[in-house]
Design a protein around this ligand. Structure first.
Ligand code: HEM
Ligand code: HEM
Length: 387
């Protein structure tokens, strides 16, 4: 029998149930394995994530197809309509399962599409999603939601399986056989009615709570560790960005430092001056690997919280050059930063770029070749300062 009846699940519903159950269970395991596997064995980690994302997209497709099918099917009535609490709890859990089978992969997918240069989905259709911009903030928000929703899904699956086992082992009432063998159980009269609507409402509130909690948790976790005091300066920086670009798995990925200060002296008449910039390294973000970048193998922000750039400014043709040193991870090396600058009414706009080699500063030493992380790091600075 292909279709459901009011007392039994048809073969298509049962196929969808067990296919989603298998793919989702495998992918919960794969998510934890990928997330917890060491960055040192990066090739394996990337492969685990690629498998996780690919299975996740499959789970999403199956869930959509399953829900479309279910919408046009009669719903088998509860086998024990008189056990009202049990029927209600089962209905809440079923709605939690339906909700998370869509929301868990969707949030993971949006997180993936908002970043670049990390483990790809193993398919030829591209890695982006329409309407999803490349945005570190969006990716972080989605990562937090994806993780907390994944835990919610685990809880719902746990309750659901416990319920199924209770029916099979204690009640011995044929509820499990409805889903395994398509047997008929219960009577048509056991309609769930309002129970299902209230259960839906409760599940929706629970989801809203989980999403809200994940964003609160994120705000607490990402509050910057002691931000820098603004430096006293002849030219006061009013706005600016300190970004960088590095290739990850061959794709350029942009990162930035949100917390830095600069004290700048500059004489317009001679076109000379000096600059001292302090960078709070733990304010770094880099796509989905911001935490790893702060770790011991990369910037090691616990050991070296700040970097220091000091330089003399000189004119070079129509433009300028800052010649000085960068002290990063206790290693001080010469750096030349060419930049352009326009000064109008006491407001200076500058923009400059330079390229560093991460190996010079012992960043990512365990990545001896460029397969995972490129050697050159393009640094991009722009700022506006007022006298
Ligand atoms: C080994 C694991 C599982 C077992 C033993 C199991 C068992 C069952 C059984 C017996 C039913 C029918 C309940 C009834 O007739 O009232 C059912 C329904 C359902 N299961 Fe599972 N299940 C498992 C895993 C999963 C997983 C992983 C998901 C999804 C994430 C899932 C989602 C659902 C949903 C949404 C329903 C309600 C279907 C409906 O009537 O609309 N199940 N399950
Ligand atoms: C039903 C489908 C899915 C399930 C059950 C699932 C489950 C999980 C789990 C359990 C974790 C680990 C959470 C933790 O360690 O706290 C995880 C992490 C992750 N998943 Fe999924 N996931 C699914 C689909 C997807 C999809 C479709 C994508 C992307 C296309 C994705 C991308 C990710 C990423 C990037 C992480 C790491 C989170 C981070 O950035 O910190 N997932 N997932």
């Amino acid at each position: 029998m292909k279709h459901n009846s009011s007392t039994a699940y048809g073969s298509v519903s049962r196929f969808f149930h067990w296919a989603t159950a298998v793919v989702i269970s495998l992918n919960i395991a794969m998510g934890f394995i990928a997330h917890r596997s060491s960055m040192e064995a990066v090739d394996a980690k990337v492969l685990y994530f690629s498998i996780h994302k690919t299975l996740g997209v499959l789970a999403f497709t199956l869930a959509l197809a399953r829900i479309c099918w279910t919408l046009f099917q009669p719903h088998p009535a509860p086998v024990h309509p008189q056990r009202r609490l049990e029927v209600f709890v089962a209905a809440v859990v079923h709605w939690m399962l339906y909700g998370s089978m869509l929301l868990v992969p969707l949030t993971g997918w949006i997180e993936h599409a908002a970043t670049s240069g990390y483990a790809p989905i193993l398919w030829p259709f591209g890695q982006d999603l329409p309407l999803v911009p490349k945005s570190d903030e969006l990716a972080q928000r989605m990562a937090a939601t994806h993780q907390l929703l994944a835990w919610t899904l685990c809880l719902a699956v746990g309750l659901h399986v416990a319920g199924a086992l209770k029916h099979a082992l204690i009640d011995r009432d044929g509820v499990l056989q409805r889903m395994t063998r398509g047997k008929s159980a219960g009577t048509e009269s056991g309609r769930a009615g309002w129970t299902s609507a209230v259960a839906f409402g409760l599940a929706a509130v629970a989801f809203a709570g989980v999403v809200f909690a994940s964003q609160i948790g994120l705000r607490a976790a990402s509050a910057p560790a002691a931000s820098l005091q603004a430096a006293t300066s002849e030219w006061k920086v009013t706005e600016g960005t300190l970004g960088f670009k590095v290739k990850q798995m061959g794709t350029p990925v942009s990162g930035s430092f949100s917390d830095w200060t600069a004290s700048i002296a500059f004489d317009e008449a001679t076109g000379t001056g000096n600059v001292k910039a302090v960078i709070n390294l733990s304010s770094v973000t880099l796509g989905s690997v911001s935490d790893q970048v702060k770790g011991a193998g990369f910037l090691d922000t616990a050991q070296y919280p700040q970097a220091l750039f000091t330089a003399k400014i000189q004119t070079e043709g129509k433009n300028f050059l800052a010649v000085g040193t960068l002290n990063l991870k206790g290693i001080e090396l010469p750096v030349r930063l060419p930049f352009t600058m326009t000064i109008k009414d006491g407001v200076a706009d500058m923009a400059g770029q330079t390229v560093l080699d991460r190996r010079d500063f012992k960043v990512g030493e365990s990545y001896a070749d460029e397969k995972t992380v490129g050697f050159p790091v393009e640094v991009d600075i722009s700022l506006r300062a007022k006298r």
